[in-house]
Structure formats: C-alpha cells, structure tokens
Design a protein around this ligand. Structure first.
Ligand code: UGA
Length: 437
C-alpha cells in the first residue's frame, strides 16, 4: 500500500520505517528540514535502539522516503498523523497546534476513499472535531483513531509486534470500511496473532490516556509505598516482589525510585485532568493530582537525602549524577527526574557533574548551567557523593571497589533501587536507597 506519515518525531519516524518494513511504500513528511535531511540520509535524529539499522535496511529497498513537501502525500491512500501534543505552557491541557496544523495541511491533498489515521495522543473529543474537517475537505474520506502504545527504547519492536491494535471508527462498527483498509496496513502483525479491537472514536482516544494514567498510577502507588517503607524501616523492593507475585497486580511498573518522567506520562495525566474538567467530570480524575504530587515529591526527597548524605550541607559538594535521560536506552530528557534533581542540587550550591551515555547533548540544551562529562570514570573523579538516577546497564554494573578508587568519599544514593546494597556497604560505602532500609 502507499502510505504517508505526517510528523517524523519519535512516533512518526519509527512508524514510517516500520510500515516500510511491513512492505508498504511510505513517505514521511515533517516541517523540520534538519530532521528530514537526517532521516533521508538513513540517520535517526534521536537515539532509539534498532532504528538506524532499520532505516538503512528499508531505504535500500526504495520503499521509504522523507520530505518537507506535503504534496508528496498525494497518491497515498492512508495518512498517519503522528505529530506531538505537548503540554501547553503554563497550563495542564494538551497543545493541539501541531495536530490541527498537520490535518489542515493534509486536507488539500486528500482523495476520495482515503484514510486519515490519528496516532497522536489527544484529548477525548478531538477525533470527532477532526472528522468534520476531513469530511468538509473530502466527503468520502474517513478518519480513524488508532492510538500508539510504543515505549521509547523498544519502539521498533513495539510497532512491529504490538500488544494490540485499537481502531476507533465513527460508528464503532466492524463493518466500517476503514476497518478493512487498516487491516490491510497491519496484515502481517494481525496474521501473527496481534489482537485488535474496534471501538467508537472517544473510546479509542480514551484507551490511550487511560493506559498511560494507569501506568503512572502504578508507579506512584509503589513510590507512596516507598515513603511508608522509609517511615517504617521496611523494604519496598521486596514488597513489590511479593505483591507482584499476585497475577492480578503483576510486578511490571512497580519499581520505586525517582519517579516517572518523559514526554508522555507526566503531560498525559495532566492533559487528562484538564479534559475531564472541561467535560464536567473532574472529580473522576482528582486522584491523578495525587499521582502527580507523589511523583514530583520523589525529586525533592532525593535532594533532601543527598543533603543528608553530605552531612547536612550541599554547599561546594562535588556531586556526580549518573544518568540524564528519563529512562535508559533513550536520549530523551523531557521532564527527566534525573536532570531536574541535578538542577535543584546545583541551585542549592552543589557542584554537579552529570554523565549519561546518550543524552548529554539534549541535556546541555535544556540545562546549559550544569557540567557534563560523558566518561563515567572522569565524571566520578573526586566526587563527594554519587547519585544513580537513570539505570543504564553500565551504572548498574559499577564495581564498588573500583569506583571507590575514584571518589573522595564513598557515598552513594541509588535512586532506581538497582544496586546491591549489601555489596556496596561491604566495600565501605555509605549507601542510601529509596524505600529501602
Ligand atoms: C509510555 C508508555 O509506557 C507507552 O505505552 C506509551 O505509548 C508512551 O508512554 C506514549 O504515550 O507514547 P515511555 O514514555 O517511553 O512510554 O516510558 P515508560 O517506559 O512508560 O517509562 C516512563 C517513566 O516511568 C520513566 O521515567 C521510567 O523510568 C519510569 N518508571 C517506569 C518507573 O519509575 N518505575 C517503573 O516501574 C517503570
């Protein structure tokens, strides 16, 4: 099939490459010329394992191209809208400027029978509004909402072998012609057994925000338990193992630590609350305010613990922060707990060095006042205290004896609860975890 993908960020670039891998002829469109130049040369403009190889592989087949010219979508029968929906400045609500701009720019190029497929995360009700724009431009075109559940760091596999497909169509019916068309797009994963659900438009939009809200709630739940464990002298990691053995609860997303960040979970729960308020259902989501508050409290807690670790004063203390990305296998620093903690420590007088295998360029753009060092060894040199805030494998594998030779003081705070406390203490370290005795 001939497919266009509008917006070539994390979601769109991966989606375009994966659609070409599935055998389709794909054109990716973005307004950012640099991004298009990179992608056309087979370079991923961000760090995503497997993406660069996939780009090169599918570009060699001639089935994938990128352009800034929207007219190139002509001839495609399916158009995926993959642009970002960031948080509005100074408000909780989502900023739909890019979605609206993309849809409006696409309209003059629509043909009868075309599918416009929304993948961006949007407030419920957006799809209905966009449907009327699509129908005004072309009465026989269809709008479908097909939310994306990919995780950064696993984006290629999550796109090629997703847990499920959700198709939101106007009448919520299996017989809607758009369903058959989208089935053709996803023929390979569907034939491999990926389940798919057909829903109406608002349900499909809500599935995405509900899923992310549930994940955020799970993380904040275990972080609230970590606060209790701290108060009671209990161990949150063992607690998570034990409750996670109950199938109904499950162990995934029960890792207590510095909390969730990134370009999705934090802004999605806020946008969800804002939208619920507009719909007069704000009470239904007041718990998400608490989820957000627990999450933000983690950052303050780490700053307090670090001060404790430094005998009550941060002034002039050399602190090495391991990790800048919001999670490992990503160079994304949007709303990164690690960076926000590093910046707070620096504000309070510490001399902070941040290290990360992939995210330093993005971090320096966001917080130019911090000091950055790519080499872990150099970053640890003469540190008064170490904070592990993003659990990259190289930090999880640090050897406490070798590390001890680099630092001034053997003090470490494990903000992700991934290190073996006994081993580090045996090597003479003052060791602090979060919610661990
Ligand atoms: C999230 C969802 O997991 C995806 O399903 C969704 O498609 C995506 O948002 C999106 O809306 O586009 P992502 O932002 O890539 O994916 O990151 P996650 O893997 O969900 O992690 C989010 C944050 O939670 C990270 O900062 C991570 O370190 C933290 N986390 C995760 C914890 O603190 N504890 C856990 O147990 C798990």
């Amino acid at each position: 099939m001939r497919i266009s993908v509008i917006g070539c960020g994390y979601l769109g670039a991966v989606h375009a490459a994966c659609m070409a891998k599935l055998g389709h002829e794909v054109v990716g469109v973005d307004v950012d010329e640099n991004k298009i130049k990179d992608l056309s040369a087979g370079h991923a403009p961000f760090f995503e394992p497997g993406l660069e190889n996939l780009l090169k592989e599918v570009q060699a087949t001639g089935r994938l191209s990128f352009t800034t010219d929207m007219a190139a979508v002509q001839g495609s029968s399916v158009h995926f809208v993959c642009v970002g929906t960031p948080q509005k400045k100074g408000e909780n609500a989502a900023d739909l400027t890019y979605v609206d701009a993309a849809v409006h720019a696409l309209m003059p190029h629509l043909s009868s029978g075309d599918l416009v497929v929304g993948k961006s995360t949007v407030p419920v009700g957006t799809a209905a509004r966009l449907t009327s724009i699509v129908h005004r431009a072309c009465a026989n075109a269809h709008l479908v909402w097909n939310p994306e559940f990919l995780r950064e760091g696993h984006a290629v596999a999550d796109t090629l072998q997703p847990d499920r497909f959700v198709y939101g169509v106007a009448d919520g019916s299996e017989d809607n012609p758009a369903v058959k068309e989208l089935d053709k797009v996803y023929e390979i994963p569907l034939s491999e057994g990926t389940p798919r659900l057909v829903t109406d438009l608002p349900t499909a939009e809500l599935v995405k925000t509900a899923a992310n809200s549930f994940l955020a709630t799970k993380i904040s739940f275990i972080n609230a338990m970590a606060e209790l464990c701290d108060a009671a002298g209990a161990d949150v990691s063992l607690l998570a193992d034990a409750i996670g053995m109950d199938d109904r609860i499950g162990r995934k997303f029960l890792n207590a630590g510095v909390g969730f960040g990134g370009g999705c979970l934090p802004k999605d729960i806020r946008a969800f609350m804002a939208r619920a308020g507009e719909l007069g259902a704000d009470q239904a989501l007041t718990f998400l305010r608490e989820v957000d508050a627990i999450n933000m409290r983690r950052r303050t807690r780490v700053v307090e613990l670090t001060r404790d670790l430094c005998d009550g004063s941060l002034l002039g203390r050399r602190i090495t922060v391991l990790g800048a990305a919001f999670k490992p296998q990503s160079d994304d620093v949007r709303d990164s707990p690690a960076l926000s903690i590093a910046a707070q420590l620096q504000l309070q007088g510490a001399v902070v060095t941040v290290s990360d295998p992939e995210a330093l360029e993005n971090a320096a753009r966001r917080f130019p006042e911090l000091h950055y060092e790519k080499s872990t060894e150099v970053a640890l040199d003469r540190a008064d205290a170490i904070l592990l805030l993003t659990e990259w494998p190289e930090y999880r594998d640090l050897d406490p004896y070798e590390t001890a030779n680099l630092v001034v003081d053997r003090k470490i705070l494990d903000g992700r609860n991934v290190l073996d406390a006994k081993k580090w203490r045996a090597a003479g370290w003052t060791f602090r975890g979060l919610g661990r005795p």
